[in-house]
Design a protein around this ligand. Sequence first.
Ligand code: UGY
Ligand code: MN
Length: 246
Amino acid sequence: MSGPFGETRTRVEWNHALIAPDGHVPGLPPGWGSARGYLLISPVMNGAGGPRFCQYLVEGGEGSETHCAAFGLQRLVYVLAGTATLDGDTLATDDFVYFPADDEYQFTAPAGAKLLVFEKPYEPVEGIEPPTRRTGSLADAPTEPFLGDPDAMLSTLLPIEPGFDMAVNVFNFKPGAALPFVETHVMEHGLFMRAGQGVYRLGDKWYPVQAGDSIWMASYCPQWFVAMGKSPASYVYYKDVHRDPL
Ligand code: UGY
Ligand code: MN
Protein backbone atom coordinates (compact mmCIF):
# COMPACT_ATOMS: atom_id res chain seq x y z
CA MET A 1 0.00 0.00 0.00
CA SER A 2 1.02 3.61 -0.49
CA GLY A 3 2.03 5.50 2.66
CA PRO A 4 -0.50 7.44 4.82
CA PHE A 5 0.30 10.69 3.00
CA GLY A 6 0.10 9.19 -0.50
CA GLU A 7 3.79 8.36 -0.74
CA THR A 8 4.86 5.89 -3.41
CA ARG A 9 8.10 5.01 -5.19
CA THR A 10 6.21 5.07 -8.51
CA ARG A 11 7.46 7.69 -10.96
CA VAL A 12 6.53 8.33 -14.61
CA GLU A 13 9.07 10.58 -16.32
CA TRP A 14 9.56 11.55 -19.96
CA ASN A 15 12.21 8.87 -20.65
CA HIS A 16 11.63 6.28 -17.91
CA ALA A 17 9.09 4.99 -15.42
CA LEU A 18 9.20 3.02 -12.18
CA ILE A 19 5.93 1.28 -11.34
CA ALA A 20 5.83 -0.06 -7.78
CA PRO A 21 3.20 -2.70 -6.90
CA ASP A 22 1.40 -0.36 -4.47
CA GLY A 23 -0.05 1.51 -7.45
CA HIS A 24 -1.30 -1.46 -9.49
CA VAL A 25 -4.85 -1.17 -10.79
CA PRO A 26 -6.39 -4.17 -12.60
CA GLY A 27 -6.79 -3.96 -16.36
CA LEU A 28 -5.64 -6.14 -19.26
CA PRO A 29 -5.74 -5.85 -23.04
CA PRO A 30 -8.59 -7.88 -24.64
CA GLY A 31 -7.99 -11.59 -25.27
CA TRP A 32 -7.37 -12.82 -21.72
CA GLY A 33 -10.88 -14.01 -20.84
CA SER A 34 -11.83 -12.90 -17.36
CA ALA A 35 -8.23 -13.04 -16.08
CA ARG A 36 -7.06 -10.40 -13.66
CA GLY A 37 -3.86 -8.52 -14.43
CA TYR A 38 -2.05 -5.22 -14.67
CA LEU A 39 -0.94 -3.43 -17.82
CA LEU A 40 2.22 -1.81 -16.52
CA ILE A 41 3.94 -0.40 -19.62
CA SER A 42 2.27 0.58 -22.91
CA PRO A 43 2.49 3.12 -25.76
CA VAL A 44 0.02 5.42 -24.00
CA MET A 45 2.61 6.20 -21.34
CA ASN A 46 4.08 9.66 -21.84
CA GLY A 47 7.62 9.98 -23.07
CA ALA A 48 9.85 10.27 -26.08
CA GLY A 49 7.10 8.92 -28.31
CA GLY A 50 6.14 6.48 -25.53
CA PRO A 51 7.00 2.78 -25.29
CA ARG A 52 6.73 0.74 -28.49
CA PHE A 53 5.66 -2.42 -26.62
CA CYS A 54 3.43 -3.59 -23.76
CA GLN A 55 4.44 -5.25 -20.50
CA TYR A 56 1.84 -6.73 -18.17
CA LEU A 57 1.24 -9.20 -15.34
CA VAL A 58 -1.51 -11.82 -15.40
CA GLU A 59 -2.79 -13.66 -12.32
CA GLY A 60 -3.93 -17.25 -12.82
CA GLY A 61 -7.39 -18.43 -11.80
CA GLU A 62 -10.83 -19.17 -13.20
CA GLY A 63 -11.17 -17.58 -16.66
CA SER A 64 -7.44 -16.96 -17.06
CA GLU A 65 -7.26 -18.17 -20.63
CA THR A 66 -6.02 -16.82 -23.97
CA HIS A 67 -5.88 -17.97 -27.60
CA CYS A 68 -3.94 -15.27 -29.43
CA ALA A 69 -2.58 -11.75 -29.16
CA ALA A 70 -4.06 -8.89 -31.17
CA PHE A 71 -3.38 -8.94 -34.94
CA GLY A 72 0.30 -8.56 -35.82
CA LEU A 73 1.55 -8.75 -32.22
CA GLN A 74 4.16 -11.24 -31.08
CA ARG A 75 3.95 -12.25 -27.43
CA LEU A 76 6.35 -13.71 -24.86
CA VAL A 77 4.88 -15.23 -21.68
CA TYR A 78 7.23 -15.94 -18.75
CA VAL A 79 5.89 -18.00 -15.82
CA LEU A 80 6.97 -16.07 -12.71
CA ALA A 81 5.14 -18.38 -10.25
CA GLY A 82 3.00 -21.51 -10.39
CA THR A 83 2.28 -23.32 -13.62
CA ALA A 84 0.45 -22.77 -16.92
CA THR A 85 -0.89 -25.02 -19.66
CA LEU A 86 -0.17 -24.63 -23.36
CA ASP A 87 -2.11 -26.87 -25.74
CA GLY A 88 -2.23 -29.56 -23.02
CA ASP A 89 1.45 -29.29 -22.00
CA THR A 90 2.47 -27.93 -18.61
CA LEU A 91 4.79 -24.96 -18.23
CA ALA A 92 6.51 -24.72 -14.82
CA THR A 93 7.83 -21.68 -12.96
CA ASP A 94 10.66 -20.06 -14.97
CA ASP A 95 9.48 -21.65 -18.22
CA PHE A 96 8.55 -19.31 -21.05
CA VAL A 97 6.91 -19.39 -24.46
CA TYR A 98 7.40 -17.07 -27.43
CA PHE A 99 4.40 -16.81 -29.76
CA PRO A 100 5.07 -15.30 -33.20
CA ALA A 101 2.56 -12.78 -34.53
CA ASP A 102 -0.84 -14.27 -35.42
CA ASP A 103 -0.14 -17.63 -33.73
CA GLU A 104 -3.15 -19.42 -32.17
CA TYR A 105 -3.18 -21.66 -29.11
CA GLN A 106 -4.94 -22.70 -25.93
CA PHE A 107 -3.12 -21.16 -22.97
CA THR A 108 -4.51 -21.27 -19.43
CA ALA A 109 -3.16 -20.36 -16.00
CA PRO A 110 -4.58 -21.89 -12.80
CA ALA A 111 -4.91 -20.12 -9.45
CA GLY A 112 -1.52 -19.35 -7.95
CA ALA A 113 0.12 -18.71 -11.33
CA LYS A 114 1.72 -15.37 -12.08
CA LEU A 115 2.69 -14.53 -15.65
CA LEU A 116 4.83 -11.76 -17.10
CA VAL A 117 3.90 -10.86 -20.68
CA PHE A 118 5.69 -8.75 -23.31
CA GLU A 119 4.00 -7.86 -26.60
CA LYS A 120 5.37 -6.02 -29.60
CA PRO A 121 4.23 -5.56 -33.22
CA TYR A 122 6.42 -7.78 -35.40
CA GLU A 123 8.50 -5.85 -37.95
CA PRO A 124 9.14 -8.15 -40.95
CA VAL A 125 12.24 -7.66 -43.10
CA GLU A 126 12.32 -8.76 -46.73
CA GLY A 127 14.41 -11.89 -47.17
CA ILE A 128 14.49 -12.77 -43.46
CA GLU A 129 12.36 -15.66 -42.25
CA PRO A 130 10.09 -14.66 -39.33
CA PRO A 131 10.52 -16.70 -36.13
CA THR A 132 8.36 -19.66 -35.13
CA ARG A 133 6.96 -20.56 -31.70
CA ARG A 134 9.59 -21.37 -29.03
CA THR A 135 9.21 -22.78 -25.56
CA GLY A 136 12.06 -22.97 -23.09
CA SER A 137 13.20 -22.70 -19.54
CA LEU A 138 15.50 -20.25 -17.76
CA ALA A 139 17.66 -23.15 -16.54
CA ASP A 140 18.39 -24.20 -20.16
CA ALA A 141 18.95 -20.70 -21.59
CA PRO A 142 22.48 -19.74 -22.70
CA THR A 143 24.05 -17.95 -19.71
CA GLU A 144 27.31 -15.97 -19.57
CA PRO A 145 29.10 -13.51 -17.29
CA PHE A 146 28.16 -10.00 -18.47
CA LEU A 147 31.27 -8.35 -19.93
CA GLY A 148 33.41 -10.85 -18.04
CA ASP A 149 31.89 -10.33 -14.56
CA PRO A 150 30.89 -13.71 -13.02
CA ASP A 151 28.83 -11.83 -10.39
CA ALA A 152 26.50 -10.50 -13.11
CA MET A 153 25.16 -13.42 -15.13
CA LEU A 154 23.09 -12.81 -18.26
CA SER A 155 20.71 -15.43 -19.71
CA THR A 156 19.26 -14.92 -23.19
CA LEU A 157 15.87 -16.59 -23.60
CA LEU A 158 15.42 -16.05 -27.35
CA PRO A 159 17.87 -16.87 -30.16
CA ILE A 160 20.04 -13.93 -31.23
CA GLU A 161 19.03 -14.05 -34.90
CA PRO A 162 17.86 -11.28 -37.26
CA GLY A 163 14.43 -12.92 -37.59
CA PHE A 164 13.75 -11.88 -33.98
CA ASP A 165 13.11 -8.16 -33.49
CA MET A 166 12.82 -8.52 -29.71
CA ALA A 167 14.98 -10.04 -27.00
CA VAL A 168 14.02 -11.13 -23.50
CA ASN A 169 16.85 -11.74 -21.05
CA VAL A 170 17.28 -12.53 -17.37
CA PHE A 171 20.02 -10.78 -15.37
CA ASN A 172 21.18 -12.26 -12.05
CA PHE A 173 23.39 -10.09 -9.82
CA LYS A 174 25.20 -11.09 -6.66
CA PRO A 175 24.85 -8.45 -3.89
CA GLY A 176 27.26 -5.62 -4.71
CA ALA A 177 27.48 -6.46 -8.42
CA ALA A 178 26.67 -3.65 -10.85
CA LEU A 179 26.35 -2.84 -14.54
CA PRO A 180 29.94 -1.91 -15.45
CA PHE A 181 29.03 1.49 -16.94
CA VAL A 182 26.06 3.80 -17.48
CA GLU A 183 24.49 2.44 -20.66
CA THR A 184 22.93 4.80 -23.22
CA HIS A 185 21.56 2.97 -26.25
CA VAL A 186 18.99 2.96 -29.03
CA MET A 187 17.12 -0.07 -27.64
CA GLU A 188 14.34 0.50 -25.13
CA HIS A 189 13.68 -1.78 -22.15
CA GLY A 190 10.78 -3.12 -20.13
CA LEU A 191 12.00 -4.71 -16.91
CA PHE A 192 10.43 -6.72 -14.09
CA MET A 193 12.34 -7.27 -10.82
CA ARG A 194 11.81 -10.92 -9.93
CA ALA A 195 14.03 -11.06 -6.83
CA GLY A 196 16.18 -8.97 -4.53
CA GLN A 197 16.75 -5.26 -4.49
CA GLY A 198 19.16 -2.54 -5.52
CA VAL A 199 19.44 0.94 -6.92
CA TYR A 200 18.56 1.80 -10.52
CA ARG A 201 19.89 4.93 -12.16
CA LEU A 202 17.40 6.12 -14.82
CA GLY A 203 18.25 9.36 -16.62
CA ASP A 204 19.70 11.62 -13.92
CA LYS A 205 17.80 10.04 -11.00
CA TRP A 206 18.64 7.13 -8.69
CA TYR A 207 15.79 4.88 -7.44
CA PRO A 208 15.64 2.16 -4.78
CA VAL A 209 14.03 -0.86 -6.48
CA GLN A 210 12.92 -4.27 -5.26
CA ALA A 211 11.17 -7.49 -6.30
CA GLY A 212 7.76 -6.75 -7.85
CA ASP A 213 8.79 -3.41 -9.42
CA SER A 214 8.54 -2.71 -13.15
CA ILE A 215 10.69 -0.24 -15.10
CA TRP A 216 10.40 1.33 -18.53
CA MET A 217 13.58 2.79 -20.09
CA ALA A 218 13.09 4.74 -23.32
CA SER A 219 15.62 4.59 -26.13
CA TYR A 220 18.73 6.52 -25.03
CA CYS A 221 17.68 6.67 -21.35
CA PRO A 222 20.99 6.52 -19.43
CA GLN A 223 20.78 3.44 -17.17
CA TRP A 224 22.81 1.73 -14.48
CA PHE A 225 22.08 -0.79 -11.69
CA VAL A 226 23.76 -1.97 -8.51
CA ALA A 227 22.44 -4.94 -6.50
CA MET A 228 22.21 -4.31 -2.75
CA GLY A 229 21.09 -6.21 0.35
CA LYS A 230 21.99 -9.75 1.36
CA SER A 231 20.26 -11.75 -1.37
CA PRO A 232 20.91 -11.80 -5.14
CA ALA A 233 18.91 -9.50 -7.38
CA SER A 234 17.30 -10.73 -10.57
CA TYR A 235 15.32 -9.09 -13.33
CA VAL A 236 13.66 -10.17 -16.58
CA TYR A 237 13.85 -7.56 -19.30
CA TYR A 238 12.72 -6.88 -22.84
CA LYS A 239 14.58 -5.01 -25.55
CA ASP A 240 13.96 -4.29 -29.23
CA VAL A 241 16.75 -5.57 -31.49
CA HIS A 242 17.87 -6.10 -35.09
CA ARG A 243 15.81 -3.37 -36.75
CA ASP A 244 16.69 -0.02 -38.32
CA PRO A 245 15.12 2.88 -36.37
CA LEU A 246 14.73 4.83 -39.63
O1 UGY B 1 20.92 -5.53 -22.56
C1 UGY B 1 21.09 -4.45 -21.98
O2 UGY B 1 21.10 -3.38 -22.60
C2 UGY B 1 21.26 -4.45 -20.45
N1 UGY B 1 22.68 -4.51 -20.14
N2 UGY B 1 20.65 -3.27 -19.87
C3 UGY B 1 20.21 -3.24 -18.58
O3 UGY B 1 20.32 -4.23 -17.83
N3 UGY B 1 19.66 -2.09 -18.15
MN1 MN C 1 20.43 -1.67 -21.40
